[in-house]
Design a protein around this ligand. Structure first.
Ligand SMILES: Nc1ncnc2c1ncn2[C@@H]1O[C@H](COP(=O)(O)OP(=O)(O)OP(=O)(O)O)[C@@H](O)[C@H]1O
Ligand SMILES: [Mg+2]
Length: 488
């Protein structure tokens, strides 16, 4: 893609691009910028900025829009080499790492080298992505979003480091156990050993020590035989400690010793036994905060957090909703042996738009429930979703959107429903808390979305004015609009 509204360098640029075996296409107007999508065949943009651009200038808005769509962006302008540092930082912040001076004699050569570099990088990235997707399919890990691919890439890199613990964080239902099992499968030293899972929140405090570390016969009343405990059962494999944030304080100290010394001492035993087990821990709590509150030992936290993997909530990777639905439909097909269920687009769209605080697990429950309750053999559709989902959707679309101005890529924000926030504050807050299962961080995110919508509404969709009103940068407004998936 080439954005060169003045056309001053277009023929030179298209010549260079053709030499690099790329087929240039000129973007005519801002509507074209908005409509263009990144694809396997279209992923590179060359953008003219205009003299000394500011963030609100069209050139940088174009860079931002294309970067957000995943394009690699090369910027150029006559005299760019002598721009002040601040101006060059505007370009970096907008999302382009390359700024070429089109007035220099070396411009064509610089452009050729940069394009060749980006094409090579794109090929390598695509190969890696393809092999990653193949591996994910093999392990039953579903995900198409860039966020999920990045998580899986971390897993692939962390897995062979067989002796290092991994800490997986993420909201409930985001797939932490799925990832722990993937680590086990991808760890060459552990994959033939067992995968032993322990829910630290579910073990009874009285029995926890012997369950984890084992005991000798007669160590306490009821211990009528030796027991090796879960840690030793995971010998040569992976011990998955789910909900590690719930682990009792006394056991935290013992677990720390196991991690440090790689030896276990069972209850009533007098000799420690060496072990070779990889510990993968998971939590949906904020362990940092628990450490600050002294509810979790800082030393254990640092021992566990050697390799860390964070699973983003489903609302930050809506591209995964459709593939997960397909996956769950296939998983629960046996519930309806007579029907070969297709999935209608409104079923997927609805689930992409609602809050799913229980993430993939909630999605799984909704799909299973829809299959069980379905009375006909048509494709799964909006009617098959429960009432509270309809209510969420209808609340979102209560108010009409302000039509967008297609002529301006920077101000084309439609304002979606403003929920009751402005009318009855305390009741609205209760509403927000209810909708988010009384989870503070999700409720705060929800409030942020409502406040952003209110400010956008006041600024009639103008992002720069919204930024001014809220006292944040236009880039923050742009990022938040995308984070909350407000229509734009
Ligand atoms: N990426 C994924 N691919 C396939 N299935 C997934 C994925 N993520 C989650 N699931 C499914 O969603 C459900 C919840 O996943 P999982 O138990 O791994 O979540 P979790 O983060 O451990 O949840 P919790 O914090 O409540 O323990 C499981 O049935 C799992 O198979
Ligand atoms: Mg879990």
């Amino acid at each position: 893609m080439v954005w060169d509204p003045r056309g001053s360098r277009y023929s030179l640029i298209s010549h260079v691009l053709s030499e690099c075996s790329a087929r240039p296409r000129r973007l005519e107007g801002l509507i074209a910028v908005r409509q263009v999508e990144r694809s396997r065949w279209c992923h590179l943009a060359v953008v003219s900025l205009g003299a000394s651009p500011f963030p609100s200038d069209v050139g940088l808005q174009v860079v931002q829009a294309l970067k957000h769509k995943g394009f690699g962006v090369i910027c150029y302008e006559d005299g760019a080499q002598s721009w002040p540092l601040g101006t060059r930082c505007h370009v970096l912040l907008a999302g382009s790492r390359w700024l070429l001076d089109s007035a220099t004699a070396e411009f064509a050569q610089d452009l050729r080298q940069t394009v060749a570099h980006l094409l090579r990088a794109e090929n390598a990235r695509r190969d890696e992505e393809d092999s990653m997707k193949g591996l994910m399919r093999k392990l039953g890990v579903v995900g198409e979003s860039q966020a999920m691919l990045a998580v899986f890439q971390t897993i692939v890199r962390a897995s062979p480091l067989s002796d290092l613990p991994v800490l997986i964080t993420g909201e409930t239902g985001t797939g932490k156990e799925v990832m722990a099992r993937a680590i086990h499968q991808l760890d060459p030293k552990r994959r033939n050993g067992p995968f032993v899972a322990l829910n630290c929140g579910a073990i009874s405090p009285g029995l926890a020590e012997s369950e984890l570390f084992g005991h000798r016969r007669g160590a306490f009343t009821g211990a009528d035989r030796d027991r090796k405990g879960l840690i030793r059962s995971a010998e040569n494999g992976v011990l998955f400690l789910d909900e590690i944030g719930e682990l009792d304080h006394a056991l935290q100290a013992k677990l720390l010793r196991v991690l440090q010394e790689k030896r276990v001492l069972g209850v009533g035993e007098d000799q420690e036994v060496p072990i070779s087990t990889r510990v993968v821990a998971a939590t949906n709590r904020d362990l940092d905060e628990l450490v600050r509150l002294r509810k979790f030992r800082a030393d254990l936290f640092h021992r566990l957090n050697v390799l860390s993997v964070h699973l983003p909530p489903l609302r930050e990777r809506v591209a995964d909703v459709g593939p997960l639905i397909e996956h769950f439909v296939a998983k629960y097909r046996f519930l309806r042996p007579s029907g070969a269920f297709a999935v209608a687009p409104d079923f997927v769209d609805a689930l992409m738009q609602v809050e799913l605080p229980g993430n993939a697990r909630q999605l799984e429950n909704l799909v299973r429930e829809a299959l069980v309750q379905k009375e006909d053999e048509t494709a799964l559709n909006l009617r098959d979703l429960p009432r509270d989902i309809w209510q969420q959707l209808s609340a979102r679309w209560e108010r009409p959107s302000i039509p967008s101005d297609p002529a301006d890529v920077g101000t084309d924000i439609q304002v979606s429903a403003l929920e009751p926030l402005r009318h009855d504050l305390p009741a609205s807050m209760l509403n927000v808390l209810n909708l988010n299962g009384w989870n503070l961080s999700r409720s705060l995110q929800h409030c942020e979305r409502l406040l952003l919508e209110a400010a956008l509404h006041k600024a009639q969709g103008n992002q720069s004015q919204t930024a001014h009103l809220l006292g944040i940068t236009p880039r923050s407004v742009y990022n938040k609009i995308h984070k909350h998936q407000l229509p734009h």
